[in-house]
Design a protein around this ligand. Structure first.
Ligand code: AMP
Ligand code: MG
Length: 488
């Protein structure tokens, strides 16, 4: 039975289809023979102004498994290109369908996209499907990122379809409903540049500016202003990832949103023990997307965006290159400065003193040498600042601790303010890989309770008043996960 989506207060538009025709393809979602809703994000439902109180479980299951008979909407897949591990390819949504853009009462516009909803003209050799484990993984990690205060796509629901998916074994098929301020990627601009159809690039830029950065429209050079703002968003995002120890794992240009939101939770993982070269992704054998490389990758991606924008920046290619270089040249300085401010905030220091860089560097060196857990180290420093309890810290950190105490005296902030700052920069709880893995394993066996319990816990990552030791503890040596997989 088709459902009337307006009954759930969906207010759907589709502005993307007003772009030239080859930016997307209409294609139906695949049918879901036996849909079952696995999880549902009530908080996001209310943030979006949606209301499913009149829907029964069967309707919710059918809708969120993307069954085409239920939503009766001309869904579409978006075209894009992308540099994957440095190599450019034509891509596109190979297993995702845009239901539409939901416009809230406040006038905010969000893509509502199904992922794992079947083949599209961009599927290449893929089956268009997704397995339950990776979709639950994306939902939990993306929502954890949101609660950590990091720009990200969100997850509204996961439902199984009743289809089976063939990977290294047979797995239950599932659909994730993803919500994002758009899915315009650096790769979408690369696609527009590759089509070489006159006007494509300009149409995409105008569309993107109207949707995300209307202030740039009145800039003397809108394309250059756009590059500058995307670069700033990427810098802020990289600093945020570094703050919580997040490793994205596949920072290809097709996974890089011009909105500055984190997208595509494939082989991503959070650091346990700190080491700058940490890599989890099984396909990243060269360490291209290692923890400490992420800002370089973001800069590299911004250069790819800059290349596509050149014809819109100046009709003289030389002049355009000069103008672009002047913007990109500032990336390192801006990143370094914001990263240092962030790291100083993590250790409760305000302002800047001469020795601050080495104070931070020496702490990180100690952490790398001692395989210290990234989240727990800053958590314990935060507790020690609050309680002056030195026993929380390892003896080998004592000499650094003395230097740190001397530095703290130079603060403008008093102790309570500095401790408060540390509590907002240092989460107690992150979605640890080993716990997530155990929860996904149970879900594959039909028990989703561990996943739901963990999903609840990650919604209060800065709650210093109610510790949750089970979720906070680093993995024991035998629990440590060294490798993650895309799960496509
Ligand atoms: P990702 O690694 O998830 O960013 O995906 C890279 C590209 O492969 C995108 O164009 C995806 O749509 C496509 N893709 C990933 N998995 C599948 C799949 N199972 N079937 C079809 N296309 C896929
Ligand atoms: Mg992707």
């Amino acid at each position: 039975m088709p459902l009337d989506l307006s009954n759930y207060r969906f207010n759907l538009d589709n502005s993307f289809r007003r772009l030239p025709r080859h930016f997307y393809s209409y294609c139906p979602t695949q049918s879901a023979p036996s849909p079952t809703l696995v999880c549902f994000n009530e908080q996001l439902v209310s943030e979006l102004g949606l209301d499913f109180s009149c829907a029964n479980q069967g309707e919710l299951s059918a809708l969120f498994s993307a069954d085409p008979g239920t939503h009766m909407i001309h869904t579409m897949a978006q075209a894009y290109a992308g540099h994957q591990f440095g190599h450019l390819s034509l891509l596109g949504d190979g297993r995702a369908h845009l239901l539409g853009e939901h416009v809230t009462d406040q006038g905010l516009r969000y893509d509502i996209q199904f992922k794992g909803s079947g083949k599209t003209p961009y599927s290449r050799g893929g089956d268009g499907q997704a397995a339950l484990g990776p979709m639950l993984r994306e939902m939990l990690v993306s929502e954890a990122m949101y609660h950590l205060g990091i720009p990200t796509s969100r997850s509204l629901a996961v439902a199984t379809t009743g289809q089976t998916v063939f990977r290294d074994r047979v797995l239950p098929g599932a659909v994730l409903t993803r919500v994002a301020s758009s899915h315009i990627r650096i790769g979408t601009f690369e696609y527009a540049a590759l089509t070489q159809a006159p006007g494509d690039l300009k149409a995409l830029l105008d569309y993107t500016l109207k949707r995300h950065y209307p202030d740039c429209l009145s800039a003397s050079n809108p394309a250059l202003a756009f590059l500058d703002v995307v670069m700033k968003k990427q810098i802020a995002l990289m600093v945020a990832w570094m703050r919580v120890g997040f490793i994205h794992g596949v920072m290809n240009t097709d996974n890089c949103m011009v909105s500055g939101e984190t997208l595509d939770y494939g082989p991503c993982a959070f650091l346990d023990a700190y080491h700058p070269n940490t890599v989890f992704s099984a396909i990243d054998s060269q360490g291209r997307y290692a923890f400490s490389q992420q800002s370089h990758c973001a800069k590299w991606n911004c250069v790819r965006l800059a290349e596509t924008l050149l014809p819109l920046i100046d009709s003289s290619i030389d002049k355009a290159c000069h103008r672009v270089e002047a913007v990109i040249r500032d990336f390192d300085h801006q990143y370094q400065s914001q990263w240092l401010d962030m790291m100083l905030a993590k250790i409760g220091c305000d302002g800047r003193q001469d020795d601050d860089q080495s104070l931070v560097d020496d702490l990180l060196s100690w952490m790398a040498d001692h395989q210290a857990d990234y989240t727990q180290t800053f958590y314990h420093l935060t507790l020690s600042r609050g309680q002056q309890n030195l026993n929380l810290l390892k003896p080998s950190l004592r000499s650094w601790y003395q230097r740190w105490q001397k530095r703290l005296i130079l603060n403008q902030y008093n102790q309570a303010q500095s401790n408060q700052m540390m509590q907002t920069y240092n989460p107690c709880l992150i979605p640890r890989n080993h716990i997530l893995d155990q929860a996904l394993h149970a879900a594959n066996e039909g028990d989703t309770k561990p996943w739901h319990d963990f999903y609840q816990a990650i919604q209060s990552p800065y709650d210093y008043k109610s510790p949750q030791p089970h979720y906070q503890q680093p993995p024991l040596p035998h629990e440590r996960i060294h490798t993650t997989f895309c799960g496509t």
